[in-house]
Design a protein around this ligand. Structure first.
Ligand code: SAM
Length: 268
């Protein structure tokens, strides 16, 4: 893997060629051995040198911003980030074949999970990162700029607002969410954004099957159909994760999603 070169300016401007002191530090980024091996074994994905460099930079920026500016994640150790954020995000590949150029939206993306790791693996995706908190959007804009990735848009709205906006409603082939809301609420956030014939994936913990059962009414009302629940075992992680996959089989009625806050106050 290539080393990054970081320039620390101790005075003056970046294009200032005067005598201000400038220190150039070269450091070795995270090696990401666990991620590299598990992505190959579990998902048949061979990470390129560029992709490993991108994940290393992602981890560094996440740790730095988490400390200095924004409460982005409770997982701050490099191995946790590698497995519980990056590898967990890539587990989506186990549940669906994401076609090239697919329009994907990650709802309540936080620091970019699961959408951004998928985009690093599959650069042709047209990815929208939806997040209600402005500070998190600021991190994502900075990170995507640092990673020099194109084809990513930022949606600083609540899911309930995006689902009623013409630019987003029934516009995405694949709608993703991890750790955002209980299933009956989440179905109301995700299905309105999904194209007819498209799929939604809710990433869940041990409660996945019970939650999928509780979401039956929401699925029926909003035009969805439960397709599958995939278990995912991550190396060194005791609890099983689940991917709850549901399809969009009928148009969502115009009154849904309801106004911000109503889906969580009065779940379907
Ligand atoms: N998906 C990320 C992950 O797995 O690391 C973040 C999970 S975090 C626990 C939940 C995120 O969803 C928060 O960043 C929160 O601001 C966002 N969120 C919750 N409800 C939302 C809504 N109705 N619309 C948009 N974002 C929402």
């Amino acid at each position: 893997m290539q080393a990054h070169t970081m320039r620390l300016y101790t005075g003056g401007f970046e294009n200032d060629s005067s005598s201000h002191a400038q220190t150039v530090i070269t450091f070795q980024p995270m090696q990401l051995e666990k991620l590299t091996a598990a992505a190959r074994d579990m998902f048949g994905v061979d990470l390129s040198a560029e992709q490993r460099t991108a994940f290393a930079l992602y981890a560094e920026e996440l740790i730095a911003w988490n400390k200095a500016r924004a409460n982005l994640t409770a997982i701050t150790d490099p191995e946790g980030i590698e497995i519980r954020h990056f590898l967990d995000s890539l587990s989506i590949l186990r549940a669906v074949n994401v076609p090239p150029n697919a329009r994907v939206i990650d709802v309540g993306t936080g620091a970019g999970f699961p959408g951004l790791p998928l985009k690093i693996i599959q650069p042709s995706l047209q990815l929208a990162l939806l997040e209600a908190t402005g500070k998190k959007i600021a991190f994502l804009e900075h990170l995507v700029g640092a990673l020099k990735i194109s084809g990513v848009s930022f949606v600083n709205l609540r899911a309930e607002e995006a689902g009623q906006a013409a630019a987003h409603r029934e516009s995405y082939d694949l709608v993703l969410a991890r750790a955002v809301a209980h299933m009956p609420i989440l179905v109301e956030y995700l299905l309105p954004l999904c194209k007819l014939g498209g799929k939604c994936i809710a990433m869940k913990g041990e409660s996945a099957i019970a939650e999928a059962h509780h979401a039956e009414n929401a699925l029926r009302v909003l035009g969805g159909k439960l397709l599958n629940v995939h278990p995912v075992e991550l190396p060194g992680v005791a609890e099983t994760h689940y991917l709850v996959v549901f399809g969009k089989v009928a148009a969502t009625p115009p009154g849904f999603p309801r106004k911000p806050g109503i889906p969580s106050k009065k779940p379907l």
